[in-house]
Write a protein that binds this ligand. Structure first.
Ligand code: TXA
Ligand code: MG
Length: 350
């Protein structure tokens, strides 16, 4: 399949109505369009067309037991797709966080195809704030089912180049609108039961959710390795995800010990390091040392994480050592992805 690559400036969507109409036609016709969102790029198809979701699973090489998120362009559209059982709770989430980097899981309406929900009785719905995503959903006139636009198991794409690396020749169109501003996937909150539950941390943080909703439970799989008898509520969280080709080893503990450990590893010819800007001067200088930005800049950590994990794949290395940022606020999302990337291999240097 020939993939058309189209550039759309997110600050001037009104000048790109021809391109958006072409993309919308592909979606309505059952084809696939990769598009930008504020979190990561998505691989979109018509959420109401079971064949389109089948094509999504195939293009990504994704196990079909892993449900998709339906993307909409208004708060009312949540109601068109789901049974909203607790209006007050949904209203609070909508008022504070929608549109934005949050996905809400509720009981699905009967017309939603089982291919989208992988047979689950619930549906995940998100209203992104990105101008191009919104314009595409509106132009398509249907909800767009979209997982992250990476091959299954690879780090999520935060730039069109990442999508091209993974999906060129597998989808009809890729829209390039530059870098995603957040860089980690949306927060997922399940509100179909009595207590809201965080299934995946993101830029709408646990602290923000608790300040609006009160009690919010956290799926234990977010920071801990899952034992075989505990299944995460979001099936996608069980896969060894976000992983570069070389094994990743996380290093935790006392600041000075971490730095001396990394300094030692930076002298090994086939080891790469992921650290903070401030650490670089202390390590053996090489192009195998990448940073997540400044130590206290959580939004930089989120924005750069997947890009850096992908960059390691282009190096001739056989191990990656990484620091683990602080896990409060947006840090929880970064640490969750990083621990998955390293398959929970953590060296404690206390
Ligand atoms: O930021 C995002 O959410 C991006 C952009 C494109 O919107 N999308 C994304 O989709 O990250 P994906 O498919 O890579 O991750 C969706 C996650 C998976 O872990 C999946 O198992 C979970 O959401 N999920 C979807 N529907 C669910 C449901 N009904 N119940 C539980 N988990 C669900
Ligand atoms: Mg994904």
């Amino acid at each position: 399949m020939k993939t058309e690559i189209v550039r759309i400036d997110p600050d001037r969507v009104e000048d790109f109505s021809d391109e958006l109409e072409r993309a919308a036609e592909i979606i309505r016709g059952g084809g696939l369009v990769a598009f930008p969102t504020e979190t990561v790029y998505g691989l979109g198809g018509n959420a109401l067309d079971p064949d389109a979701s089948r094509k999504i699973y195939e293009a990504k090489g994704r196990p079909s037991d892993n449900p998709l998120i339906a993307h909409v362009a208004s708060v009312e559209d949540f109601e068109a797709l789901c049974e909203i059982e607790d209006r007050e709770r949904f209203g609070l989430i909508a008022e504070h966080f929608i549109p934005g980097p949050i996905t809400v899981i509720q009981k699905k309406k009967p017309h939603i195809p089982d291919t989208v929900t992988a047979g689950h009785p619930t549906l995940a719905v998100r209203f992104p704030v990105h101008t191009v995503a919104r314009a595409l959903i509106r132009a398509s006139g249907v909800p767009i089912a979209a997982p992250s636009a990476n091959l299954s198991g690879r780090p999520s794409p935060t730039r069109a180049e990442h999508v091209i690396e993974d999906l060129d020749g597998r989808v009809d169109m890729i829209i390039d609108s530059g870098e995603s501003s957040i860089g980690v996937e949306s927060t997922i909150i399940h509100i179909a039961d009595e207590i809201p539950k965080l299934l995946r941390p993101g830029a709408v943080t646990l602290e923000m959710l608790r300040s609006v909703l009160g009690r919010v439970e956290v799926d234990p799989c977010i920071l801990g390795k899952m034992s075989d008898d505990v299944k995460p509520l979001a099936p996608g969280m069980k896969y060894r995800h976000y992983a570069p080709k070389s094994p990743v080893i996380a290093v935790r503990g006392e600041e000075e010990r971490i730095l001396s450990y990394l300094a030692e590893k930076s002298c090994e010819p086939r080891s790469a390091i992921l650290c903070f800007d401030e650490d670089k001067a202390l390590l053996k200088s090489s192009d195998r040392v990448l940073t997540l930005g400044s130590r206290l800049d959580k939004s930089a950590h989120a924005r750069y994480l997947f890009d850096r994990l992908r960059a390691f794949d282009k190096m001739d290395i056989d191990k990656i050592y990484t620091r683990v940022p602080d896990d409060s606020e947006l840090g929880l999302a970064v640490v969750n992805r990083l621990l998955k990337a390293c398959g929970y291999t953590v060296v404690d240097v206390k």
